[in-house]
Design a protein around this ligand. Structure first.
Ligand SMILES: Cc1cc2nc3c(=O)[nH]c(=O)nc-3n(C[C@H](O)[C@H](O)[C@H](O)COP(=O)(O)OP(=O)(O)OC[C@H]3O[C@@H](n4cnc5c(N)ncnc54)[C@H](O)[C@@H]3O)c2cc1C
Length: 318
């Protein structure tokens, strides 16, 4: 068995989910005592990987791989998997991965366990996958430990990648079989805005519990006293109280601040996937059974309108 982690990049910048996948692959490799090889289609990205604890970096520098194309990517990965004798192929669960991996998984007749949130190795190796809209976690075993795995955003932390040193091996592949049946169109642009919550150190996030737009200043005052960014759950954005760039969750941003304060947020799974990697989660919610308390480090069961102004006052007094 050997592990191959696919590194997606764009213009020489490694995709965040690929960095998270490296952490997952390193942890799995350590548990199973297996080497981890990274595979990347760009020299700059390959050089960046050199400072990570990997056994090998396979770099394929070919002009046909500059633009994403599922047929070409699948063809290249088929050759690399065969050359490297890789049995477990790991990737971040990006739009591209969920396009080319199923093609190759069908071609090679290997399973693809997608959107996984982690793994266990005791007693046997299984990957963990949410089902029924995140209500149940299922353990999936992979026959002969041979197949593809993609990890959901936030399942591992990019800042927990183990450092080391590793050589880059340039490899050429035969792309003569790649047709132009699929031609890339204009690239889909993720919604971008002035706010990059993924870099925020502290986030004060507002949920439906804030009641109405006119109450937002209560949270904004707290954010100001903490020098924090404002985040939001989806309903707050859907009501138009805050712009979409402030939304945290599966259809918003994934954040990993030092502290995440959830004000009047129930903690639905779609919200949790965007913030569960935070170092410290503080929840204020008047419902003691709110799911947010299951992942909170500190919980205050209270009316936020009682607590938040007092908290701000105390912070401002310091
Ligand atoms: C495909 C899909 C994608 C989604 N993507 C996202 C996403 O990216 N981000 C996201 O957030 N959601 C997302 N959702 C929605 C998600 O399922 C939840 O509906 C949403 O997260 C709930 O937001 P909330 O916690 O603010 O509201 P609610 O679930 O209504 O919770 C409000 C909470 O406030 C508490 N509360 C009320 N008044 C007070 C008070 N005065 N003081 C203290 N607490 C109070 C209540 O006890 C309650 O727990 C998605 C859903 C789907 C189907």
């Amino acid at each position: 068995m050997s592990i191959l982690v696919f590194i997606q990049q764009e213009n020489g910048k490694i995709n965040r989910l690929s960095l998270e996948a490296i952490t997952g692959a390193q942890q799995l490799g350590a548990k199973l005592n297996q080497p981890v090889t990274a595979c990347v289609f760009d020299e700059n990205s390959a050089n960046e990987l050199k400072s990570y604890k990997l056994d090998k970096i396979v770099c394929i520098n070919d002009s046909q791989l500059v633009e994403y194309n599922p047929i070409t990517f699948a063809n290249v990965m088929e050759q690399i998997i065969s050359n490297e004798n890789s049995t477990l192929i790991i990737a971040g669960h990006t739009y591209e991965a969920r396009d080319w991996i199923p093609r190759l998984s069908a071609r090679l007749d290997l399973p693809f366990v997608s959107d996984c949130t982690g793994f266990k190795t005791d007693p046997n190796f299984v990957v963990i996958r949410s089902i029924y809209q995140g209500k149940i976690s299922s353990d999936v075993s992979i026959e002969n430990n041979n197949g593809f795995i993609s990890f959901q955003s936030g399942s591992f932390r990019a800042d927990e990648i183990q450092v080391g040193s590793c050589e880059v091996i340039q490899v050429s592949v035969d792309l003569s079989q790649s047709t132009d049946l699929v031609r890339p169109g204009e690239k889909f642009q993720e919604a971008t805005g002035a706010v990059d919550l993924s870099r925020a150190k502290i986030i004060v996030s507002v949920g439906r519990g804030i009641g109405k737009e006119e109450n937002l200043p209560i949270a904004e005052e707290l954010a100001k006293s903490l020098n924090a960014e404002i985040g939001a759950s989806r309903p707050v954005v859907d009501y138009g109280w805050l712009p979409h760039e402030r939304q945290v969750g599966s259809s918003g941003q994934t954040v990993i601040p030092k502290m995440y304060l959830a004000l009047g947020i129930s903690g639905a799974v779609q919200h949790q996937v965007g913030m569960k990697g935070s170092d410290c989660i503080v929840a204020i919610n008047k419902d003691p059974n709110a799911p947010i308390f299951e992942i909170a480090d500190y919980g205050i069961v209270e009316d936020l309108f009682e607590i938040v102004p007092k908290l701000t006052e105390k912070l401002n007094a310091r």
